[in-house]
Design a protein around this ligand. Structure first.
Ligand code: ADP
Ligand code: MG
Length: 326
């Protein structure tokens, strides 16, 4: 039986090159890092729990990627550059094959973003992963939810809806034999956090958020913080060919795009005179950015289909919704 320390040493220590700003990584009571002059630290924590965010028997590589991608996505939404991460891992037992796959995927994604694991905690219990990521952003330049104003364009990165369709396949694998099914499952687990876009949007975007609970819910957070409304043209929503093919009906695909959570795409607003610069970012980073509507005065989200009003009642995902409604 491997001890806790043996486990940490074997799987988590010395797996990455040390960043110059890390004075002391895992091994002491705290990690020590140095914040460069002129920068602020953006910090975010996210947990994923077996049975809530993934099935306990899911591929450990998928779990690791999803857990870290969701945290990196929060840094992206603030325009921060990833720097450090802490990992609190709760495991029901020590399964070395599981840990090995988990760590390979975790460090592959972390290395891609020069994100260094600087510490954590390892405990026994129902499978859960809690990450705290920290990123650097020049003083005063973080993208917040509160800066949208009337007339700003509303944009999203990538395409929307695949994560929800992927979950349909994961939960009902026997019902889905379509060729798109695997593409959608991969989209669910292996999203690519929009870190480079978030940084490029510093000074351009007036507000930003990442889509974790669905476009309607997350855009709603921007509107609430910015005290404004939005008009969305559903015919502009970016929908992949795989999703359209899988769902067949246009209205279903659009509803998935509006409500699918765990997309980890960015939704942001920018003044009209920044539109050309925003599109140039999409071009230079080879990631689609689509203008889907604009900020209005009313405190609501109005949906229209190329001018024809819609009265769809849609909400995003809320872990505690059922309890609140009781
Ligand atoms: P303490 O009892 O002081 O909290 P721990 O025994 O929990 O110390 O951890 C010992 C060291 O190992 C600490 O530096 C901690 O940050 C690190 N560590 C523990 N678990 C992990 C992990 N899963 N990944 C990375 N570092 C870890
Ligand atoms: Mg500890």
């Amino acid at each position: 039986m491997t001890s806790e320390f043996g486990l940490i040493e074997r799987y988590f220590v010395g797996r990455q090159p040390s960043r110059p700003d890390v004075v002391l990584a895992a091994g002491d009571d705290c990690a020590l890092v140095e914040v460069p002059a002129g920068y602020q630290v953006a910090i975010s924590t996210d947990s994923v729990v077996a049975g809530t965010h993934f099935l306990a028997n899911a591929d450990p590589a998928a779990i690791a990627h999803k857990a870290l991608a969701s945290n990196l996505s929060d840094l992206a939404a603030m325009g921060a550059t990833p720097a450090w991460v802490s990992l609190a891992l709760t495991l029901p037992n020590v399964d070395e094959a599981w840990l090995s796959r988990f760590c390979d995927a975790f460090f592959a994604l972390a290395d891609q973003h020069q994100l260094q694991l600087i510490g954590g905690d390892t405990t026994k219990g129902p499978l859960a992963i809690t990450l705290t990521v920290q990123g650097l952003v020049p003083v005063g330049q973080a993208l917040r939810r509160s800066g949208a104003s009337v007339g700003d364009g509303i944009y999203v990165t990538g395409s929307l809806g695949e994560a929800k369709a992927g979950l349909d396949v994961i939960l009902h694998p026997d019902q889905h034999r379509e060729t798109e099914a695997q593409t959608l499952v991969d989209a669910h687990y292996f999203s690519e956090p929009r870190v480079a876009i978030g940084q490029a949007l510093r000074g351009l975007a007036s507000a930003a958020i990442d889509i974790s609970d669905g476009l309607i819910a997350d855009l709603g957070h921007i509107l609430e913080r910015s005290q404004c409304g939005a008009k969305i043209n559903i015919s502009q929503l970016p929908i992949s060919a795989s999703l359209a093919q899988f769902l067949r009906e246009r209205s279903r695909a659009l509803q998935y795009a509006l409500t699918s959570g765990e997309e980890y795409e960015l939704c942001f607003t920018a003044a009209a005179d920044h539109d050309t610069a925003v599109m140039a970012i999409a071009q230079s980073l080879s990631v689609p950015i689509t203008r889907i509507g604009e900020i209005t005065q009313t405190g609501q989200i109005e949906l229209h289909d190329d001018g024809a009003a819609l009265d769809w009642q849609l909400t995003g995902f809320d872990h505690f919704k059922d309890e609140n409604n009781e």
